[in-house]
Design a protein around this ligand. Sequence first.
Ligand code: FE2
Length: 413
Amino acid sequence: MARSERQDASGSVMQNGLAARFHATRALTEALVGPLSDADATVQSMEDASPAKWHLAHTTWFWETFVLREHARGYRLHRDDWPFLFNSYYEAEGPRIARFSRGMLSRPTLDEVLEWRSVVNEAMAPLLDDPALASVISLGVAHEQQHIELLLTDIKHALFCNPLGPAMWEGIPTPAAAPASLGWHQHPGGIAMIGDDGATFAFDNEGPRHRVLLERFALADRLVTNAEWEAFIADGGYADARLWLADGWAWVQREGIGAPLYWREDEHFTHQGWQVRDPHMPVTHISHFEADAFATWAGARLPTEFEWEAIAAAHDPAAGNQLDRATPPLPVGSPGLFGDCWQFTRSAYLPYPGFRPAEGAVGEYNGKFMSGQVVLRGASCATVSGHSRASYRNFFYPHQRWQFTGLRLAKDA
Ligand SMILES: [Fe+2]
């Protein structure tokens, strides 16, 4: 019995949801590349970002490698030489092309990759109701949902790097409503239970569930907006070393940083091309360094990941502005703790007490990245609805900002 599947009163596994999630997730990935040419889907703008075509193929490699090759009787790899191209970082699965060579894959073509996807979808269909495979299929769905978000943020960066600033989707974004004045969720402190409670699928890095001692604190009831960020800039926020962590100040100086990624004058780059920046919209595409400096400037601080989870446990993780179909993602300012932007915490991405990576190659999924990264919580406008939860731990290096990253302030009570 996989812990990732709920049981109904008769004890049988409720599999319908999983098969439906598989098909919906695969279809959403493909719908998202609908607006892209083969050339759009092939370019790689930086080492951190992968081509859209590579995401389509890598997620398919995952199903072939971890489900079909092991469990589908008589299944033969679609192409014997493709695992070398589409293995991401699994040492146990052998050698692979260098990460920054993914943009050199002019072949296979986009059509050939889409054909492979349909072959794999067909082969997967008879396995989706097998209770013995529910755990790995849940992992594969969650994995593909993560790559949907990366596909969207990576193609945004690639289109931004084109001097023509092409739009992936036409149209003008709907203006965000003016946010209410800032309020605070108060927490009295005490012992909080943190981590995966076993009720739904969770990644291994979300457990074991354990106790954490919290002091009294308060967490803002909304995200920081573009207008508030402009006030930070106007007040010399990027020029005042006293506001910055040492590594952050060195980064600002070295890279010549003076605004969030994708800002120019009063515009920002979106999946709908260059648009006038909406002052009411939550600020996004900031680094951990910038989030920390802003919080210091605002007389507040970043929350710890445990403080964030203690408040979020009472909120609906599927609410807020998240992705449910192939439309341009953009923060709008939604209520609740989830949606719009991933939120920086001040917590280092470290194993919880008693953490052990899973056995086998999938044990490489999370644990080996627990070095030098910071935890982000919540969900963004590019996160597939239903993917995240209160215990979910996203993680990036403190200088990275091509994801939909934002900021929710915290303070000591
Ligand atoms: Fe992956």
